[in-house]
Design a protein around this ligand. Structure first.
Ligand SMILES: N[C@@H](CCC(=O)N[C@@H](CS)C(=O)NCC(=O)O)C(=O)O
Length: 208
């Protein structure tokens, strides 16, 4: 049994989607970020930076932090979505999500969605970077069915919940036809639909 400590955010959804995709049984422990539960001393023992998501694999008593590391762990454990012959390619797109796509879209959420009007510089900077991310993902997907080749992998699982916030981005997902095709294909997967709704059974994947 896997215990998932999480909140209803893109980083949180990466792991619920993965757990649904590999068909593992899991228990959700909700961490209320608005109440600051991520900073409680008990939680900090398993999450050194006070962040979700975290998993505990109760079968072997392993605790893992960082969503990319969790995805790698679960794919190695299940043998799914991390093909050994394509790992360099998958790692590049997974690391790009972890180090660039997620953090930049996250800043865009902060300036454009949560705090508009507070910093024109921040709004312009992260809007521009986010638009470039859409363009660059679209370009990659013009040559490739999924981000790292012909197969759906943990790189797609990591990136999808961030693009699923496209309504907040105001960039117009529909203008990017390859990214939209990828997004629609992934939206139809049963594991994605279930994993997306892990904290709110009524929640559906936003349409492009
Ligand atoms: N690089 C980390 C980022 C995790 C992260 O930023 N989590 C956010 C929610 S999406 C969080 O826990 N924020 C609470 C805080 O920073 O206090 C990962 O991918 O696991």
């Amino acid at each position: 049994m896997i215990e998932l400590f999480s909140a209803n955010t893109p980083n949180g959804k990466k792991i619920s989607i993965m757990l649904e995709e590999i068909g593992y049984e899991y228990k959700i422990t909700k961490i209320d970020l608005d109440k600051g539960e991520q900073l409680n001393s008990d939680f900090k023992k398993i999450s050194p930076f006070g962040k979700i998501p975290i998993i505990i694999d109760h079968e072997n008593n392993k605790t893992i932090f960082e969503s990319g590391a969790i995805l790698i762990y679960l794919s190695e454990r299940s043998g799914k979505f991390y093909n050994e012959n394509n790992r360099t390619e998958i790692n590049q797109w997974l690391m790009a999500q972890m180090g660039y796509v997620g953090p930049m879209l996250g800043q865009h959420h902060q300036f454009h969605h949560y705090n508009p009007g507070k910093s024109k510089f921040g709004e312009d900077r992260f809007f521009k970077i986010s638009k470039r991310i859409y363009e660059d993902l679209d370009e990659q997907l013009s040559n490739s069915k999924f981000l790292s080749g012909d197969n759906y992998t943990i790189a797609d699982i990591a990136t999808f919940p961030w693009i699923a916030r496209h309504e907040w981005h105001d960039i117009g997902l529909k203008n990017y036809k390859n990214l939209t095709r990828w997004y629609i294909d992934i939206s139809k997967r049963e594991g994605v639909i279930k994993g997306f709704a892990f904290m709110n059974k009524e929640e559906t994947v936003p349409k492009p």
